[in-house]
Design a binder for this molecule. Sequence first.
Ligand code: NAD
Length: 473
Amino acid sequence: MTSNPLALITSYLRDDGPIVVENPANGEVVGRIASHDADQVSAIIDKADTARIAWAKLTAKERAKLMRAWHDLVMANADDLARIMTLESGKPLAESKGEVTYGAGYIEWFAEEGKRAYGETIPGFSPKSRIVTILQPVGTCAAITPWNFPLAMITRKVAPALAAGCSMVVKPAEATPLTALALEALAQQAGIPEDLFRIVPTKTSSAVGNLFCSHPKVRKLSFTGSTKVGQILMAQAAQQITRLSLELGGNAPFIVFDDADLDAAVEGVIASKYRNAGQTCVCANRLLVQDSIHDAFVEKLKARIGTLKMGDGMAEGVNLGPLIDAKEAARVADVVKETIGAGGKLVVGGEEANGAFYAPTVITGVTQDMEIAREEIFGPVAPVIRFTDEAEAIRIANDTIYGLAAYFYSRDIGRIWRVMEGLEYGMVAINEGILSSEVAPFGGVKQSGMGREGSRHGLSEYMELKYGLMGGI
Ligand code: NAD
């Protein structure tokens, strides 16, 4: 750890840089950097497309060696990376440290998995021929990432791309480009060719997004962000049938059945709802609580929320930071007011926003037709919906355009299978509040997107399957 965490990225800082990164906890300027226009990004894509040729010719083991060195440098600089992340995103330092370890895990895991990009032999359709399949890198890839996980959303894409033999150009979120640049600097220190993995912060996201979808050398775009922007990119990708992975918004139900361990369920809500101040795509968005345990559960949750400490993420003991900016906090305050106006009952919180800060809030008496139950809240607010039986819980849970993560608490093995199978979601966590890991396939159904990140499925997103027919045998 250095006394100045920004030492990792001093070469990128510009006194007059047009991208101004601010600390959401106090509004101070963290740093200013240059913005790439579409022409500059186009030239970077051309270079990435040249760099990938030699990279793809290396053995998977040679690629893994450089990726491993990158992973080790990320871990060696974990404290500085975490401090940069907290400065620009506001998340509590302990969460930032957790994200560095989690994000680095993708680099380590995919470096190894690249060695197992196996093809297959298939019994042929004639005695004189044989069939094989091989997996080959997609080519030059592009990515667009959000601000809520400034490091991990990048490694989730770059690690499988590099392991597969692709190059990658990443446009980070405008609010959090510094962590991204630190990742690039460490990759270069590790010996990963400079043109192979580039970060291109920009103030003109839509122009760069359109370029990613129209540049003839970009073969794949991986996007994590809102469903609205995902729709724009999907339409643009039609121009040249660019391969797409879309990790979009969610509206996760968190169901507490009457046979649940209530204390464990409360801890699950704290992890799933209040982590990152409620700004994750897999955040519990609606708490569905069964009638008979509703009041007991809400009481326990209220008591636990009283132990949360809100403040500057750099301060000791803080486990709830600010939202990404004051505008977002004001938006969340409006959502709460609207819900109370529609008949919701405030249990705790519900105050006005204070700068970018918003107090943890619980509202009961919510119904599935209220706006708060239909759209991502993206803030530390938990609406509670009552239900009477399993069928009703599944019906309410599935009544959404989204299908990313779902959670439920139960100790009945039959119910566990029935409900897991009944939920129309890409991921279901049972008796757990956090589910993302590099070893498991992360992704959604319906308007939450397409494609998976993590696990062997995450590698195949960056590989083309080729079928070879050999005749004359
Ligand atoms: P956002 O869609 O506004 O922005 C995401 C990224 O897209 C940013 O880099 C932004 O600059 C860029 N962008 C915005 N408009 C663009 C355009 N027209 N063309 C190209 N790029 C454009 O989302 P956000 O507010 O940064 O992030 C929050 C959203 O991300 C939430 O909806 C959340 O659920 C989602 N998210 C999803 C996952 C997942 O894995 N499914 C993970 C994290 C966040």
